[in-house]
Ligand binder design. Structure first.
Ligand code: NAD
Length: 499
C-alpha cells in the first residue's frame, strides 16, 4: 500500500477499481510541503448511476446474508486495520497535515466504529410481546433501507467516513461513498482492506467529485438515505434537497464551541486541556473549543499560563515518522489565508493578540500551509471572529462577569455542537449542563466527542435531521422497522396436533 502515490484516485464500482478518464482532475496536496501527491476525478451523474446500479444489484444478496455473517467481515477488517495501522496513519498525516498522534486518534476512533459494527446481530434485535390480545402476538424487527450514501468532509479522513459505512453495511445496506476531494486517499486504502476482508462486490462503492456528483446522489430515486458531514451551509442544503427527493437525511454541519473557564478551575490541567481542545488538529475539528469565556478572575488565573503554553508549541511537517511537531499544517493555502484574514479582522475590531500565529515560519518546509497557534483576548460579542466558524488554530477569548452571562454568550451562537466548562463546582457544572444550548457537553473535558457507542448529538445549526450519526441512533437511521401481528386460528387436522 503506497502512502505517497501521485496517481489519480480510481473509482470503486461493483468490486472493480477503475479510472474515470473523462473528467477534470483536482490535485490532492500534502499540506506539510505544499506539494501535489495525487489527483481526484470530478465525476458526475454517469458514475453515480453506475455506482447506484452496482449497489442496487448487490443489495438482495447482502440483505439476505445473516447478520452474524455480515459481522464476520468487520471482525476480519478490524484485524487488517490493526496490521496496517501505522502505515494508514502516516498516510492520513501526509494528505491532511495533522500530526501522527492525531492521525492515530482519527483512525482509532474509526476502528471503534468497526468494533461496534461487529456487534450488529445484537444491535439489530427486535422487540416482541406475546398475547397482546387473546391468541395474538406482536413483534417488530429491523430491515435495511437499500442503497444508502455518505458524503464526507476533509478534517477526519478516516473517522468521519467510518462513522457511516461500517454501521450502514453491517445493517444490510449497500453503500455509495463520496470522500472529501481534499483527502480521498485514506478511504481508498481502507476500502481496499474492506475488499480483502471479503465484502462482496457492489456492497461498497466509491465515487469522487464535488457538487455535481453530490447532486446526482441526492436526486437519484434509488438512493434511500444520505449521511452528510461538512459545513453548515452545505449541510442545510443537502438536508433540504435530499428530503425533498424523499430520502432520509442526517446532515452534520459546522460549529463554534464555547469553553467556559470558571475562577475555581484547576489551573494546570485546565490550561493543558484548553490548549489541546483549541489547537489539536490545528483547530480543524467540529468539536474544537474555539471560544473561551473567562468568568471573573479566571482570566487573571488562567490566561498567562495558557499564553505561555501556547507560545511554546512547535509547528512543522507531519509527513515523517521522526520528530513530530505539536501542530501540523492547515488543509490548504486558501484556508490559511482565510484564517489569517479573520485574525486581522478580529484584531482590527479591537481584540488583543496574545500569541500570533500569522507569521510563523517553518524553515524545513517553507511551502507548507502553516499557521501558528493564535490566542486572541478581549474579543467582543460583535467582533467579526464571532460571526463565523474559523476552523483553524485560533482561540478567541471573551470576558464575562458571571456564569449566567457566559452561558448567554454561548447560547447566542447559531451552532450547537459542543460546549465545555472547567470548574471545581458541581453546582456550576450542573447549571451549565442544563442551560447550555449544545448537544455535546464537557465537564472539565475540552473536546466532549462521544465514542462509537454513543450518538454524535449536535444541535441547532450543527445538525439537520432527526437521527444522529453513530451509536444506536446510527442503527436506527440505517434501518426501518416492520411490526408483525400474528394470530393462528386452529391446530392442524388430526390427532398429532390436538392437545
Ligand atoms: P464542506 O462543506 O466544504 O464539504 C463537505 C463535503 O461536501 C465534501 O465532500 C464536498 O465535496 C461536498 N460539497 C461541498 N460543497 C458542496 C455543495 N455546494 N453541494 C454539494 N456538495 C458539496 O466541508 P469541509 O470543508 O470539507 O469540512 C469542514 C466542515 O465540516 C467544517 O464546517 C466542520 O465543522 C464540519 N464538520 C462537522 C462535523 C460534525 O459532526 N458536525 C464533523 C466534521 C466536520
Amino acid at each position: 500500500m503506497e502512502t505517497n502515490s501521485s496517481e489519480t484516485c480510481p473509482l470503486y464500482i461493483a468490486g472493480t477499481w477503475r479510472t474515470a478518464p473523462k473528467h477534470p482532475v483536482l490535485p490532492v496536496h500534502n499540506p506539510s510541503r505544499g506539494s501535489v501527491i495525487g489527483g481526484v476525478p470530478m465525476c458526475g451523474a454517469a458514475e453515480v448511476e453506475e455506482a447506484v446500479a452496482a449497489a442496487r444489484a448487490a443489495f438482495p444478496a447482502w440483505r439476505d446474508t445473516p447478520p452474524n455473517e455480515r459481522a464476520q467481515v468487520f471482525f476480519r477488517l478490524k484485524i487488517l486495520l490493526e496490521e496496517a495501522f501505522e502505515e494508514l496513519c502516516l498516510g492520513i498525516s501526509i494528505e491532511h497535515g495533522k500530526t501522527l498522534s492525531e492521525s492515530r486518534g482519527d483512525l482509532r476512533r474509526g476502528i471503534e466504529v468497526v468494533e461496534f459494527a461487529c456487534g450488529i446481530p445484537t444491535l439489530l434485535m427486535g422487540e416482541s410481546l406475546e398475547n397482546i390480545a387473546r391468541g395474538i402476538d406482536c413483534h417488530t424487527d429491523r430491515h435495511p433501507l437499500g442503497v444508502v450514501a455518505g458524503i464526507c468532509p476533509f478534517n477526519f479522513p478516516a473517522l468521519v467516513p467510518m462513522w457511516m459505512w461500517p454501521v450502514a453495511i453491517a445493517c444490510g445496506n449497500t453503500f455509495i461513498l463520496k470522500p472529501s476531494e481534499k483527502v480521498p486517499l485514506t478511504m481508498q486504502r481502507v476500502i481496499g482492506l474492506l475488499e480483502k476482508a471479503g465484502l462482496p462486490p457492489g456492497v461498497m462503492n466509491i465515487v469522487h467529485g464535488g457538487r455535481e456528483c453530490v447532486d446526482a446522489i441526492l436526486e437519484h430515486p434509488d438512493v434511500q438515505a444520505v449521511s452528510f458531514v461538512g459545513s453548515t451551509p452545505v449541510a442545510r442544503e443537502i438536508h433540504r434537497k435530499g428530503t425533498s427527493h424523499g430520502k432520509r437525511v442526517q446532515a452534520a454541519g459546522g460549529a463554534k464551541n464555547f469553553i467556559i473557564l470558571m475562577p475555581d478551575a484547576d489551573v494546570d490541567r485546565t490550561v493543558e486541556a484548553v490548549k489541546d481542545g483549541a489547537f489539536g488538529c490545528a483547530g480543524e475539528r467540529c468539536m474544537a473549543g474555539s471560544t473561551a469565556v473567562a468568568v471573573g478572575e479566571a482570566a487573571d488565573r488562567l490566561l498567562p499560563a495558557l499564553a505561555d503554553l501556547v507560545s511554546s508549541m512547535k509547528v512543522g511537517p507531519t509527513d515523517v515518522k521522526s520528530s513530530q511537531p505539536d501542530m501540523g499544517a492547515v488543509i490548504s493555502s486558501e484556508h490559511k489565508s482565510r484564517v489569517s484574514s479573520l485574525i486581522d479582522a478580529g484584531e482590527a475590531a479591537g481584540a488583543h493578540v496574545l500569541t500570533d500565529g500569522r507569521a510563523v515560519r517553518v524553515d524545513d518546509a517553507p511551502d507548507g500551509y502553516y499557521l501558528g497557534p493564535t490566542l486572541i483576548d478581549h474579543v467582543a460579542p460583535d467582533n467579526p471572529l464571532m460571526e463565523t466558524e474559523v476552523f483553524g488554530p485560533v482561540l478567541a477569548v471573551m470576558r464575562a462577569t458571571s456564569l449566567d452571562e457566559a452561558i448567554v454568550e454561548a447560547n447566542k451562537q447559531a451552532f450547537g455542537n459542543g460546549a465545555a466548562i472547567f470548574t471545581n463546582s458541581g453546582k456550576a457544572a450542573r447549571e451549565f449542563r442544563r442551560q447550555v444550548s449544545a448537544g455535546m457537553v464537557g465537564i472539565n473535558v475540552a473536546v466532549p466527542a462521544p465514542l462509537a457507542y454513543f450518538p454524535f448529538t449536535g444541535w441547532n445549526d450543527s445538525f439537520f435531521g432527526d437521527l444522529h450519526i453513530q451509536g444506536k441512533e446510527g442503527v436506527e437511521f440505517y434501518t426501518k422497522r416492520k411490526t408483525t401481528t400474528t394470530r393462528w386460528f386452529s391446530f392442524g387436522d388430526g390427532e398429532v396436533w390436538a392437545k
